[in-house]
Design a protein around this ligand. Sequence first.
Ligand SMILES: NC(=O)c1ccc[n+]([C@@H]2O[C@H](COP(=O)([O-])OP(=O)(O)OC[C@H]3O[C@@H](n4cnc5c(N)ncnc54)[C@H](O)[C@@H]3O)[C@@H](O)[C@H]2O)c1
Length: 341
Amino acid sequence: MSQNDSSKEEQETARLEKLIQTCKKQHVDFPTPYEYTPDNAKIQDKGVLITGGASGIGEAMARAFAAAGAYVTILDLNRPRGEQLVAEMTEKGHKMIFHATDITDFDQQLAAFRAAQSFSPSGQLSHVFANAGNIGSYTLYPVENIDSSATNGGEATKTLVKPSLPCVQVSLIGMYYTAYLALHFLTLGTKAKSGALDTGTPAEKDLLDRSLTLMGSVMSYKGYKGLSDYCMAKAGVRGMFKSLRNDIKESTGIRLNLLAPTYVETPIYPKGIDLSVYKFAPMEFLVRIAQQLVCDTTIHGRSIIITADGPKDMDDDIAGLDGAPVIKDFLLGHNMLNAGP
Ligand SMILES: NC(=O)c1ccc[n+]([C@@H]2O[C@H](COP(=O)([O-])OP(=O)(O)OC[C@H]3O[C@@H](n4cnc5c(N)ncnc54)[C@H](O)[C@@H]3O)[C@@H](O)[C@H]2O)c1
């Protein structure tokens, strides 16, 4: 090896080591959710948009943010539940609107973002939770979508039926639309003041703080037998997160994070399945993490696994081997049914 080559190799090693140290510095030690108290002053009067906010995790977050004084817009397919929730919260004096929206329809989401922007007292959205999702009903193998009643020249034949991918449509494409719209709406009104993000007083920085949180899953990291569409969608969301986090913070100031819950008891689980086999994380853990992601303006680019034991930084970066050690620990400690190697 020439002297030139070895000095190049040393430079590359030094560059990699610097990158690893930078990643390590971004690691967050999340407190036990029961010990975390959000600073409601940072939530008060902020415009918050939550997709899938009429049920489950989205509903719990929407309730918590509205109770803390935010102006919350929920988007959901489920009009009766959305309207009921808004009526209940309005009755209590909280600020919440519902926009009936199918997030797979871009124009419907655009209209909902505009409504959320108008609803916010500052005329600006501060925090978006891209949460809506469904479990899907399609698995790639074994191929079951076969119409065996079709005939060909009198002989019975098997015709493959085009698969529908409702989970990918909602949890991947719909979420992509949410992220796309969020990146536009969250920066409105902030670009002229972007210098204040670096040099402003803490109060000015808080006012300008913006965040987008994507709802992934532990299945963004693991395959799961019988859920090929869900795993594909959630792995795709993680891919979007990992790519975007490098792009947006410096140019837009938007903080981007990913939630990767394991199991949370919500209506997403099909009726009739045995829920006693799951080790559920309490809903309070999800709510606390959402509050922390809004209140702590330093958290950016983190993926957070949430188990029954609490939240943990996945260390989904080069220093943390893309989250593999954390997933290994989780698999050892929990009975993750149907998870493959
Ligand atoms: N519950 C869990 O164990 C778990 C674990 C990991 C990740 N997640 C994720 O958390 C998110 C919320 O799920 P949940 O468990 O609260 O389920 P949920 O069924 O209680 O809530 C999902 C909400 O999304 C809405 N929705 C579905 N399709 C929509 C569409 N096209 N347009 C608008 N709204 C739509 C539903 O109407 C529902 O209100 C999902 O992305 C889910 O994949 C859940």
